[in-house]
Design a protein around this ligand. Structure first.
Ligand SMILES: O=C1C[C@@H](O)[C@H](O)[C@@H](O)C1=O
Ligand SMILES: [Co+2]
Length: 298
């Protein structure tokens, strides 16, 4: 069983306002978003672009609502820009998260990613790294891992649709090429299921590396439509490929059991971007919270 003392539950603001697609939820305010997170029973949040970037100001909004910051996404450009540019941006991001009390930093290589391109089919257009690129990604991540450790933090790599680290095979490769003491893994159920991989198998294989979890469900009929109609990642999001745990096709019970067996301690973050005009973010947050309670007792 997952222990209350080990696990903190968070929800990502992307269900209220989508940073990748600003037209989704542009009308939802920051204060509505964090108030509804707290009301739905969550203790933490990741960071969206409406959040104040001053740690002092952000804390003033979060503390009365009993929320803290679990982490936040960082886009690395290790394969396409001079290392120093990524390092400088990473240090600013790290220091902000450190001031907010977060312990992990979500990192994703975006140099050749197609996740933000509206018209590139996500199943056909993803990059595949050459051996030289894999080596330079690993060495850049080692540098970011060292910088994180200066503040006693860890980087957690986010495998993601439309990127060079999407499939189970690519995750295996990245894990094999990187030093476990410097590079940990973010396990995102929805991206693995979308990709056609078995989330549970990936979790079991890399249990020792997983230090952050995104709980996302999928609607398989929409994923099938994305394949058939050659939609992009953002078109897939708009069409409703993702939803909250308990609302889609994934059975999270074996995932929760595996996390308990491996004595996972850290954040479980509900993260389900979809169109807030179709899927009311507060109602879906409540639905997710209820599902987690029902299946974990948390
Ligand atoms: O963790 C994530 C952050 C988002 O910006 C991203 O596109 C989403 O799919 C995700 O998993
Ligand atoms: Co995620």
């Amino acid at each position: 069983m997952l222990e209350k003392s080990d696990i903190k539950l968070a929800i990502a603001p992307i269900a209220w306002t989508n940073d990748d697609l600003p037209e989704l939820g542009g009308e939802n305010t920051f204060e509505q978003c964090i108030s509804e997170m707290a009301l739905a029973g969550f203790a933490g949040s990741e960071v969206g672009n409406k959040y104040p970037r001053s740690p002092e100001v952000l804390r003033r909004y979060l503390a009365p609502r009993g929320l803290s910051i679990a982490s936040a996404w960082f886009s690395a450009y290790l394969l396409t820009k001079p290392l120093q540019e990524t390092v400088d941006a990473f240090v600013r991001h790290r220091d902000f998260l450190h001031a907010m009390g977060a312990k992990v930093i979500v990192v994703s290589e975006q140099g050749q990613s197609i996740q933000g391109l509206q018209d590139v089919p996500v199943f056909d257009g993803k990059p595949s790294f050459t051996e030289a690129q894999w080596r330079s990604l690993a060495s850049g991540l080692h540098r970011l891992g060292e910088l994180a450790q200066e503040k006693r933090m860890d980087i957690v790599y986010h495998h993601h649709m439309g990127t060079g680290v999407q499939t189970a095979y690519e995750i295996d490769k990245l894990m094999a090429l990187t030093d476990p003491s410097l590079v940990s893994l973010l396990f995102d159920t929805g991206h693995l299921a979308f990709s056609g991989d078995d989330p549970l198998a990936v979790l079991a294989k890399h249990a020792g590396r997983v230090k952050h979890v995104h709980l996302k469900d999928i609607r398989p009929a929409v994923v099938e439509q994305v394949r058939r109609e050659r939609l992009s990642f953002l078109q897939a999001v708009k069409a409703g490929a993702f939803t909250v745990p308990g609302d889609g096709a994934l059975d999270f019970r074996p995932v929760f059991a595996k996390l308990a067996e491996m004595k996972y301690a850290g954040w479980l973050v509900v993260e389900a971007e979809q169109d807030p005009a179709k899927a009311n973010p507060f109602e879906y947050a409540v639905k997710a919270r209820r599902y987690i309670r029902e299946h974990t007792g948390l």
